[in-house]
Design a protein around this ligand. Structure first.
Ligand SMILES: *[C@@H]1O[C@H](CO)[C@@H](O)[C@H](O)[C@H]1NC(C)=O
Ligand SMILES: *[C@@H]1O[C@H](CO)[C@@H](O)[C@H](O)[C@H]1NC(C)=O
Length: 454
């Protein structure tokens, strides 16, 4: 009985685990590539490290690339796609054109990942991990990146123009755009902290230096020494438009909380940055991040995980691109596709159905066994196909000591059984056990190999 209970318990736990796994499937998961591409995180780490050695500024570029991917119709690697005859990609949208960088870094990492684990890891997952590495390798926080995203099939220049926040927008508009992605005002403040690294082109903040809101004067909130430095970098002529100034003047390449300290001292570069001090709710957060770097680190990781799960494609949606900039050639005619499906079940719609049927069958068998074992009667086992008898014989020794063949002297068997504890319950248990052992003896007479085996 004790044996049966423990067997029931372990089998129930086992089937519970089997049952739960389909629910984890289809969502992001830290261990998604643990079996299929165990070195993925190392490959991305090395790839980002090599890129930063060559060009420190690439850290900010990769982080921005990830943000611009997720903010336009979800994290789906769409920003990486080149234009096709079917759509205009996002690379040439106004917020991206001549400013997003890092495509060749992602392509290089993707090539390394493809040679280690072909057709397994999505470009969007590589970009998401690369963004974390970029932050961490710049001295910023580490956070675990759940993976399992799939690459989108399309991109939209129009969507990129409409959905990405702009440095010229008021805070309310930016907050509204974040809200439409499921990101709140705290995420606005925290993710703006990414401007602790990276550079901005002069045209994105120039009007603050010379003609703020048509006043003919500089932005009165801008710190005066920063103002004169910026005027040197970005003189009031058109050809300075693409010159670069650091978003965080104090520690330009270090991922720290200096961005917030700058805002507190009126030294934010972009209007949209400094605007965080103009609303008491966001200003309170800026103040606390400027004082508590650990708090910023913690919140940044959390907001990045949120950002990284905006509109993701999982399960069978989307695809795994071979090359991040392009999609595979158009699919062959229908007949060929059907042949391919039968040849490689699992890629088509038949494979999953078979898998589901197999799982249901196994679960059914397990359920019958549990019912059987728990009720103590035998349904499945007959003659030499006594499956339960076999399970008890195999399982019994490791769980509850050996289940012996019919003992010559029943009292002996009970003393070697569960009666050791000596209370009433144990006595009932031992009586049960006895009866079971007798039943077993009857069954096993038809099965000499089993009884001689033990
Ligand atoms: C190194 O960085 C420069 C400047 O960004 C870039 O032009 C070049 O392609 C990079 N080289 C490698 C090997 O990544
Ligand atoms: C801010 O949003 C409002 C309402 O959607 C819109 O009318 C306005 O043009 C936006 N402002 C900017 C600068 O984009």
């Amino acid at each position: 009985m004790v044996f049966r209970l423990s067997c029931c318990l372990s089998i129930s736990l086992f089937s519970l685990i089997i049952f739960l796994s389909p629910f984890a499937y289809g969502q992001l998961d830290y261990g998604f590539y643990a079996m299929s591409c165990p070195n993925l995180f190392l490959i991305v780490q090395f790839g980002v490290s090599a890129a930063l050695k060559n060009d420190t500024r690439m850290a900010a570029s990769l982080l921005r690339l990830h943000f611009h991917d997720c903010f336009v119709n979800g994290c789906d690697g769409s920003v990486l796609l080149d234009d096709t005859k079917d759509f205009e990609g996002e690379k040439n949208a106004f917020p991206n054109r001549n400013s997003v960088r890092g495509f060749e870094v992602i392509d290089k990492i993707k090539a390394d990942v493809e040679s280690a684990c072909p057709s397994t890891v999505s470009c969007v997952d590589i970009l998401t991990i690369a963004a974390r590495e970029a932050v961490f390798q710049s001295g910023g926080p580490f956070w675990y990146v759940p993976v399992g995203r799939r690459d989108g099939l399309t991109a939209s220049k129009k969507a990129a123009n409409e959905q990405l926040p702009s440095p010229f927008e008021p805070l309310e508009n930016i907050t509204a755009k974040f809200a439409s992605k499921g990101l709140d005002m705290n995420d606005v403040v925290v993710l703006s902290g990414a401007h602790t690294i990276g550079y901005a082109q002069c045209f994105t903040f120039k009007r603050r230096l010379f003609d703020f809101k048509g006043s003919g004067n500089p932005d009165p909130t801008l710190d005066s020494s920063l103002l004169s430095n910026l005027k040197t970098t970005c003189p009031n002529v058109d050809k300075s438009n693409n010159m670069l100034a650091p978003l965080d003047t104090t520690t330009s390449y270090m991922f720290d909380n200096a961005y917030y300290k700058n805002l507190v001292s009126n030294s934010g570069l972009l209007e949209s940055d400094q605007a965080l001090m103009g609303d008491p709710r966001t200003a309170a957060m800026v103040n606390s991040y400027s004082m508590y770097p650990f708090l910023f680190s913690q919140d940044f990781g959390a907001s990045m995980v949120k950002l990284g799960s905006v509109g993701v494609l999982t399960g069978q949606a989307g695809e795994i691109r071979k090359k991040c900039g392009s999609q595979p050639p158009p699919p062959p005619p229908i007949e060929v596709i059907e042949q391919a499906y039968t040849a490689h079940s699992g890629h088509g719609s038949i494979g999953p159905v078979i898998a589901v049927l197999a799982v249901i069958t196994i679960l059914g068998a397990i359920a019958v066994m549990i019912g059987r074992l728990c009720s103590g009667r035998r349904i499945m086992g007959h003659g030499q196909y006594d499956f339960e008898g076999w399970v008890e014989a195999k399982c019994g020794s490791c769980i509850n000591g050996r289940v012996d063949p019919p003992p010559p002297h029943p009292p002996q068997s009970s003393s070697s059984g569960a009666v050791g504890s000596g209370d009433a319950v144990a006595a009932v248990v031992s009586a049960e056990a006895l009866r079971e052992v007798k039943d077993e003896g009857v069954t096993r007479q038809h099965n000499p190999s089993e009884s001689t085996g033990s």
